[in-house]
Write a protein that binds this ligand. Structure first.
Ligand code: ZN
Length: 403
């Protein structure tokens, strides 16, 4: 299984990356460097890439596969094979995150600070130890602070001969124009239901019917689809959210549903904090060489405070993401209701919820459904504007009421 098999329904992008990695290999063999040519021929190698696409389409997966191909050491390459075999030491260490010349910056919900970015730019300028490419993969380039983005700009503006920057973001608009103009753009598309279902059957051993239902419900988001197919809790969460349209018959039901959504999101954030925060703080203290009970080394208190601030913002983001998933499920539900009201005969995203969909569809008119869809979108916007989550969600569930 090659590194490219992880990319579902992205044939065009795979082709581009495969030719670029062949060009990259020719460059290494000839002992040349990659000239910056962001707008150049798509099959050529260049030093900075921007991977964009809808949520869950697999930007990071694509970037990581490309990084592996750049470090691939398969003997088949001598015979004209395509880099990215998936078996050699190069491919393997990149995919497991332990390759010396590939640094993946995981933002983990924390934004990357300017200090970290300056270190990266400095590190990027050194020649790769393995003699191939020095790769830096930033998995959420849209979360860079302004100062960090400017530090990154320095890196992509004055590239070292064998450095490759791989940036991932939802869309080009999320990245500074000065950065994106120096990157080759790759746009992933929403994979088809069949392609995603097929991957679940092949890779995860999921039964065909479960795979199809999960692929429909996941609406093109591969991680989410996989969770729905294999994770009992994710399925239970979704079922819980999709109960809401039937619960909002009266005001009491609306308020209970809102409270439940917000509580679930809070519980998610707390569960994540429990597993990560204490360890991060310990690691930081260890990095400062602080011993139990002794006086804190200079600078540590400030660093701990900074970390706590970032952990708090991650908790907020986790809460928002859980709510975002719930709102996405609700939107899918009402879109299906609308489809039924308009007499569509194709497969619905929530095929497994047909009785509930039909019940809601039969109890109202398309204009009621449109109004409800607007209420969900308004809630999403309110959360983006930092409105108190319970207030925003209550306003939504009340607006979802019949009538
Ligand atoms: Zn390989």
């Amino acid at each position: 299984m090659s590194v490219w098999d992880d990319l579902v329904g992205q044939d065009r992008v795979v082709e581009q990356l495969q030719s670029a990695s062949r060009a990259a290999r020719a460059t290494v063999t000839a002992g040349r460097s990659a000239a910056p040519q962001p707008g150049g021929n798509a099959s050529l190698m260049t030093h900075a890439w921007l991977f964009t696409g809808p949520p869950g389409a697999g930007q990071v997966t694509a970037a990581r596969a490309f990084a592996a191909a750049l470090q691939c050491t398969s003997p088949d390459l001598e015979l004209g094979g395509t880099p990215g075999c998936g078996f050699c030491d190069g491919c393997h260490t990149v995919l497991s995150g332990s390759h010396a010349d590939v640094k993946q910056v995981r933002t983990d919900g924390l934004s990357i600070g300017v200090g970290d970015m300056r270190d990266l730019v400095l590190r990027a300028s050194s020649y790769p130890t393995g003699g191939r490419w020095s790769v830096i993969l930033i998995d959420a380039a849209h979360r860079l602070t302004e100062a960090a983005a400017n530090a990154l700009l320095k890196g992509v503006e004055e590239p070292s001969p064998r450095t490759v920057w791989l940036l991932c973001a939802p869309s080009v608009q999320d990245v500074l124009p000065t950065i994106r103009s120096r990157c080759r753009l790759l746009v992933l598309r929403t994979p088809s239901v069949d392609a995603v279902a097929d991957m679940l059957v092949r890779r995860d051993g999921v039964g065909p019917e479960t795979a199809r239902l999960a692929a429909l419900a996941g609406q093109g988001d591969i991680d989410r689809t996989r969770r729905l197919a294999v994770d009992e809790q994710a399925r239970a969460r979704r079922a819980d959210v999709l109960r809401i349209p039937l619960e909002v018959a009266d005001l009491g039901g609306c308020l209970t549903a809102a409270q439940r959504l917000v509580d679930t999101a809070k519980a998610d954030a707390e569960a994540l904090a429990e597993t990560q925060d204490a360890k991060e703080t310990d690691d930081l203290k260890a990095a400062y060489g602080a011993a139990e009970g002794s006086r804190a080394p200079r600078g540590m208190a400030g660093a701990v405070k900074e970390l706590e601030k970032r952990q708090k913002s991650r908790a907020t983001r986790t809460r928002r993401e859980t709510l975002g998933v719930a709102l996405g499920d609700l939107l899918g539900f009402y879109r299906d209701v609308l489809a039924i009201q308009f007499g569509t005969t194709g497969a619905l995203a929530n095929e497994d919820q047909r009785p509930a969909l039909q019940k809601v569809a039969g109890a109202g008119l398309p204009e009621n459904t449109l109004r409800r869809i607007e209420a969900v979108l308004a809630c999403r916007e309110a959360l983006d504007r930092n409105v108190d989550p319970l207030l925003a969600v209550e306003a939504m569930t009340v607006a979802l009421r019949a009538g």
